[in-house]
Write a protein that binds this ligand. Sequence first.
Ligand code: XLS
Ligand code: CA
Ligand code: CA
Length: 436
Amino acid sequence: MIFTEIPEIRYEGAKSSNPFAFKFYDADKSVLGKPMSEHLPFAMAWWHNLGAAGTDMFGKDTADKSFGAGSDPLAHAKAKADAGFEFMQKLGIKYFCFHDADLISEAPTLKEQNANLDKIADYIRSKIDKTGIKALWGTANLFSHPRFMNGAGSSNSPDVFARAAANVKKSIDLTVKFGGKGFVFWGGREGYETLWNTDMKFEQENIAALMRLAVEYARAIGFKGDFYIEPKPKEPMKHQYDFDAATAIGFLRQYGLDKDFKLNIEANHATLAGHTFRHELKVSAINGMLGSIDANTGDALLGWDTDEFPYSVYDATECMYEVLKAGGLTGGFNFDAKNRRPSNTYEDMFHAFILGMDTFALGLLKAAALIEDGRVDAFVAERYSSYCSGIGAKIREGKTTLAELAEYAESQGEPTPPSSGKQEYLESVVNQILFG
Ligand code: XLS
Ligand code: CA
Ligand code: CA
C-alpha cells in the first residue's frame, strides 16, 4: 500500500464535511434510467497523476512521485503502477489513459525500449486481471523526444516518420493488451512555426498516411475500438494542424479517415481555440464524432494549457447536457488534469479527483434536470417551428427553387420580424434548475 493514510472514497452526500468522501458522485444512483457510473466512465491520466510532480519553467518538482521506489527504471515504473491501481480502486475509477512514454523511462535503443515496455506491460496486465480496471485509451508520445522536434507524421525526415510509426505500433499493441477502448492521436508537434520553411499540404498528407497505417495495423490485429484526434490550436507549436473540432473533422473527411476516427475533446484546448468547451462538443456531436472527453479546465485569465481539475458546475452542466443529447460517449471522461504546484501531497491527489468527479456528477444531475424540466428543449423546438409547414417545410425538404423563393419574398412584403431569442430568460431557467 502506498496511500496508507487515505481511506476508500465513498458517497456521503452534500451535507458531509468528510474531505475524503464524495458529496455528489453516487456511483449507483440512477439518472435518466442509468447508473451514474455508466454515464460517467472516469479515467485517470497516467502522465499527470503518476508522473507530473510540479516542475515548471521556473522551478523543480514540489511533489514526490517516486512512490517509494529508488532510481531503477523498472522498480519506479512498477511503483507507479502500484500507486495508480491503488488510487483508482480507492476512488472507484475503472479506466486509465496512458502514453507509451508514461509507463517506463526511455531506453537508449528502440529494441531495449520495447523490451522494457513488455516487462512493465506484463506487470500492468496482471493488475488489470486482478482489478478489472482497464485502459480507456492509449497513445504514443510523439512530442517529447528531440527527434520529434519537426513533428512525427509531419517531420521532414522519413527516418523520424518510421520511428513514429514504430512507437505508434507498440502503443497500439499496449492499448490492445490493456483492453483499451480507443487510441488517441494528439498532434503535439504536428504543426508549424513559420510557413517559410513548411510545405503544409505535404505535411498533412503524411500525417494522414501515418494515421491510415495505424488503422490498418490495428484492424489487422483485431482492435475494434475508435481512433480519436484530440484537437488543440497551439502549444507547443505556434499553429497545430488539428486546431479545433471543425478543422479536425475536415481533415478526417479529406483523407477518408472519418469512419475509423472520432474526436477526443479537451475542455482546456477548446478555450485555447477561442471556443467554449460546449461548442467543441456540439460540433463533434452534430457530425457524429463525439467520442471521448478530456475533462479538465483552463484558467480564464491564462492563455495556456493549465490542465486544471474541473470545478465549474456551469461548464460541467453544459458538457453533460451535450453528452446526454448525443446519447452518451463511446469513450469516457479522462481527467487530463494535474494538481496545482503547491498542492503537493498524496491527500491533494485524492482531493483533486473528488473535486473532478463531484463536479461532473453535479453536471450530470443538473443536465438531466434541465432535460426533464423541458422548458429549454420546448423553446428551441418552437423557435424553429415555422419550418414545419408552408414555405419553411419546402426549404427543409429541398423542394423549392431560388426563383420560387424570390417570387414568395416579393408577394409577402417585408417578413414578419423573427421571434425573440430570449437568452436572459433561458439563462434564468438554467440558474433556477442549478440552484432552485
Ligand atoms: C496535451 C494533450 C495530451 C493528450 C495526449 O496538451 O492534452 O496530454 O491528451 O497526448
Ligand atoms: Ca488531453
Ligand atoms: Ca491539455
